[in-house]
Write a protein that binds this ligand. Structure first.
Ligand SMILES: O=C(O)CCC(=O)C(=O)O
Length: 298
């Protein structure tokens, strides 16, 4: 698999202010484009996003292009271990999948697969890729420590790798609170230790697509917007009603971290075009209930 050329300047900065529908193509959401060297200038950023005072950030330089290239080439050798999703395969199985397994009686199978996925990630990158994410977020976390929670010594999956293939529709419009607030036994321990309402969504782009595939962040909040199709099925949902809504388009180059209020702000991954999958490493995070850490999980 070939990593693509530098896609610098593909974020919405500099894009035309209107679409063919005479609607704004980008919104003045409260968003900052940072680099790993400038994160320390924003020590309250994660608290501000959690409190809905700020919408999101990009942080460039979390991985190098060579690290992304190497990781993708290595992980591509393990397609047999990947979990199918509507958009393509994933290396690492979401906690939410546990509830769909009628044989599961506890979370041990989730922790087992989290261990396997982490080992594959470390093998592919040559280091634990979440450690770099945590190091980038840490200066913006105030007194809190960015980490991954454990249950009886078993570690949650910090994030998974998503191959979003062209022609499969991207990831339909959603908002994290739709799912996070359902609260069955699969998330019972997570909810004890982590505030999952209004969680952060984060991902690092490992390979941008050729065309499309931007993260669209809409000027719509969880409480104040009902989608035309309220259900989420095996293929996601029909989100055509979002097509002409103004959105901030976030489409950074490989190695850039995106962290935003995905729990409370409607968003989607636009349809992916061209011949190359969009590949990201990502997950969710939220402040711990004891007020000491920011916990990442997937
Ligand atoms: O991986 C992505 O780009 C999508 C992230 C997302 O939609 C989410 O975390 O809710």
């Amino acid at each position: 698999m070939r990593l693509i050329d530098n896609l610098r300047n593909r974020s919405d900065r500099g894009r035309p202010a209107t679409t063919g529908h005479d609607r704004p193509a980008s919104l003045p959401l409260r968003w900052a484009d940072l680099s790993v060297d400038t994160c320390a200038d924003h020590p309250t950023m994660l608290a501000d996003i959690a409190a809905r005072r700020f919408d999101g950030i990009t942080v460039s330089g979390v991985y190098s292009a060579e690290e992304c290239d190497h990781a993708i080439a290595t992980m591509a050798q393990h397609t047999d271990e990947m979990t199918p999703a509507t958009f393509g395969p994933m290396l690492g199985t979401p906690l939410a999948e546990l509830g769909r397994n009628p044989d599961a009686t506890d979370r041990s199978s989730y922790y087992d697969q989290a261990d396997r996925a982490r080992a594959r990630q470390i093998e592919a990158f040559g280091f634990d890729p979440f450690e770099r994410v945590a190091a980038a977020l840490q200066p913006m976390a105030g007194e809190l420590t960015v980490t991954t929670p454990t249950e009886d010594g078993r570690r949650y999956q910090s994030g998974n790798v998503r191959w979003m293939e062209p022609g499969r529709g991207g990831l339909k419009a959603h908002v994290g609170n739709e799912f996070a607030l359902q609260g069955d036994w699969t998330t019972a321990h997570l909810r004890e230790v982590t505030q999952i309402r209004d969680h952060y969504s984060w991902f690092v782009v490992l390979q941008p697509p050729e065309e499309g595939g931007a993260l669209s962040v809409f000027d719509l909040l969880y409480e104040s917007h009902r989608p035309a199709d309220p259900t989420w099925g095996a293929t996601g949902r029909n989100d055509a009603d979002f097509d002409d809504l103004p959105a901030r388009k976030v489409a950074p180059e490989a190695g850039t971290l995106v962290c935003f209020g995905g729990g409370w702000r409607w968003h989607r991954v636009d349809k992916i075009e061209g011949s190359r999958p969009r590949v990201t490493f990502g997950g969710f995070a939220g402040p711990s209930t004891d007020g000491t850490t920011i916990n990442a999980w997937f």
